[in-house]
Ligand binder design. Sequence first.
Ligand code: DAK
Length: 263
Amino acid sequence: MEFVTYEQEGYVGIVTINRPKALNALNSQVLEEIKEAFEAVDLNETRALVLTGAGEKSFVAGADIGEMSTLTKAEGEAFGKKGNDIFRMIETFPIPVIAAVNGFALGGGCEISMSCDIRICSDNAVFGQPEVGLGITPGFGGTQRLARIVGVGMAKQMIYSAINIKAEEALRIGLVNAVYTQEELLPAAKKLAAKIASNAPIAVRNCKKAINDGLEADMDQAIVIEEKLFGDCFETEDQKAGMGNFLEKDKEKKLKVVPFQNR
Ligand code: DAK
């Protein structure tokens, strides 16, 4: 792949969008390669992912404006669908994805970070949805996910005004969970991913599914979703090992790895 790299460190996978000359802007090829990178993740060997951008300036500076500038209505809709399908794949990916936002996260960059489970950023990060200044609406889920994460009022303010916000403001409104220096960001993301990976993998996956699916349902349905995914954990090696470790007072025992496909 030309614009996306993948590294494996223990149970943690690191996906890096690597088009620094264009501040990691998302053209069709980059989108396709992100899809390929996620599809190639070995879910037997990987329990959490980190998504970041190459370089020290930008996470993703948005969809590629040059490529978008000549699209027809039909092509624009198709481009939006391509991005949306990939971002939805990230959002519903079986294991948690942490966005390590290392600079500009504008338009499609802010949107791809919002399709991740957790966002942390560097102190030079800038978030925003500048689309209305370009004569378009956010097209990769920004009108939907931003309101769900930071609330309707703040999302409308950011989208209608197209005013970018800095890392500290992103932290204040809950768009990111923590701010680090550039040097600290990736190690912090990997450390958090490794901590997630040290927990029972079936339980972590079921938590992601319960939270995601539950948020799309009313509370009565959501509780049923939780019950089913809670019940699903029982009789697994993870549950037996996890509870057995506690009862045997053996905190050093590692949770047994259960291949995802064989659960
Ligand atoms: N697309 C293409 N190239 C980009 C880019 C982008 N979004 N952002 C930066 N670049 C390129 C620049 O053109 C420049 O390339 P060269 O001229 O060197 O060849 C290089 O990256 C470095 O950028 P600058 O020279 O501009 O660097 P500065 O530090 O001066 O400025 C900046 C950094 C991030 C403030 C500036 O580059 C900038 O404003 N970039 C554009 C940010 C932006 O507006 N992003 C949102 C794009 S709109 C939809 C689907 C998707 C979307 C909407 C609808 N549907 C189909 C419905 C999504 C839309 C967007 O994401």
